[in-house]
Design a protein around this ligand. Structure first.
Ligand code: SF4
Ligand code: SF4
Ligand code: FES
Length: 376
């Protein structure tokens, strides 16, 4: 039996109650956390281990707030909103805690320049700057083990930049359900590992790159921008487009180094738009995220080719090529009838392109022989 839910009827769920954020009353919905209520109200609470696609872990402690009646600071990402709760988001105590916490994270984190050279955003460094965390505390060498010799061509893991927030492993478990990576070792040696430290290619990893997308520090990063020597994140131009590898139609951002290839520009990586902004909700598969090298392949067709009188393929204008196609179809139709023609469209086409294919078949050629390869 189909249950009727607020989602299925399109109506917003009724508020479950009211809590107070820095003295202001805010309604909350069933199941919301304090962080979710605060963010919906436009309040700023810093987070590192939180990803709205994942179950709360309460691991990084950057989102701590004061809740009246509770002795300790509590992680707002993991605390359910409760009726009448009085929550303080900013206070001298919270500020002191954040500064110390971020200062401690920095003690074994790579220097800013090293991380910038990795060409990945780093929320930890941004946050440390914003909250004026101490940067002069004694440094210690990170003890987390790296996975050296991983020959996979896409995903790099830099253990030194990892803060063990477990977003990557939780994403791998909860969203992809493949559990290719997990937390391993103990205490200061805890790290992100594969079974028997194998290359990701020899695990259940599907190379979706979700670990890269969710990692807040750049510890998980694309290999290609590093090997290409691409520019820093801020200098790349982002172009939003629709993936054309399958009919799901995920939105993705092409990250282009505008000065590469003698100023012609070059895609150096593909990222997913932020969580919650498009229907793919920050997720991509291996094709959408990594299979873009064909764009710059030197054997890629960039202009139409038609056969000359000797049967050799030669460059032509689109007008010439389309006229040649129409002439060929017309000849077949005249000789063998309209139903001797069939049109098969691709799941890589957009809805609009598929519409046009059936229009050509039916209205122009007079046949209903139309198929689309994603039809089941
Ligand atoms: S690799 Fe990134 S996402 Fe994974 S635990 Fe480390 S910091 Fe978190
Ligand atoms: S990213 Fe993957 S699932 Fe999404 S449209 Fe492209 S091929 Fe399909
Ligand atoms: S974001 Fe809440 S504990 Fe990390």
């Amino acid at each position: 039996m189909t249950q009727t839910t607020p989602e299925s009827t399109g109506t917003a769920p009724a508020p479950q109650g009211t809590l107070f954020l820095d003295g202001e009353a805010h309604a909350f919905q069933p199941g919301e956390t304090i962080l979710e209520v605060a963010r919906r109200a436009g309040k700023t609470i810093p987070t590192l281990c939180h990803d709205p696609r994942l179950e709360p872990a309460g691991a990084c402690r950057t989102c701590l707030v004061e809740i009246e009646g509770m002795r300790r600071l509590m992680p707002s990402c993991a605390m359910p909103a409760t009726e009448g709760a009085r929550v303080t988001l900013e206070s001298a105590r919270i500020d002191r805690h954040r500064k110390s916490l971020l200062g401690l994270y920095l003690t074994d984190h790579p220097e800013a320049e090293t991380v910038a050279a990795r060409r990945r955003p780093n929320l930890l460094l941004d946050m440390a700057e914003r909250y004026e965390a101490p940067t002069d505390w004694p440094k210690m060498a990170p003890l987390r083990a790296s996975r050296s010799g991983d020959t996979n061509p896409y995903i790099d893991f830099d253990a030194a930049a990892c803060i063990l927030c477990a977003r990557c492993t939780r994403y791998c478990d909860e969203v992809e359900s493949v559990s290719a990576i997990s937390l391993a070792e103990r205490a200061a040696q805890t790290t992100i590992a594969t079974a028997d430290s194998r290359s990701l290619l020899d695990t259940t990893c599907e190379m979706c790159g979700g670990c890269i997308d969710t990692c807040p520090t750049g510890a998980m990063a694309e290999k290609r921008p590093i090997t290409l020597g691409a520019k820093h994140e801020q200098e790349l131009t982002k172009v939003r487009t629709t993936c054309n590898f399958c009919g799901v139609g995920c939105q993705l951002d092409l990250n282009i180094d505008p000065e590469a290839d003698a100023g012609r520009g070059r895609i150096v990586k593909v990222t997913s738009p932020p969580v919650g902004t498009t229907t793919n909700d920050g997720n991509l598969c291996v094709k959408g995220r990594f299979a873009y090298e064909f764009v710059h392949h030197n054997e890629r067709l960039t202009e139409p080719l038609v056969r000359d009188e000797q049967g050799q393929l030669v460059p032509a204008t689109w007008e010439e090529a389309l006229a040649r196609i129409a002439e060929g179809f017309g000849r077949v139709k005249e000789r063998h009838g309209a139903d001797s023609l069939a049109f098969v469209s691709s799941s890589r086409c957009t809805v609009e392109e598929n519409y046009l294919v059936q229009k050509i078949a039916r209205a122009s050629m007079g046949t209903n022989n139309v198929h689309q390869c994603a039809a089941t």
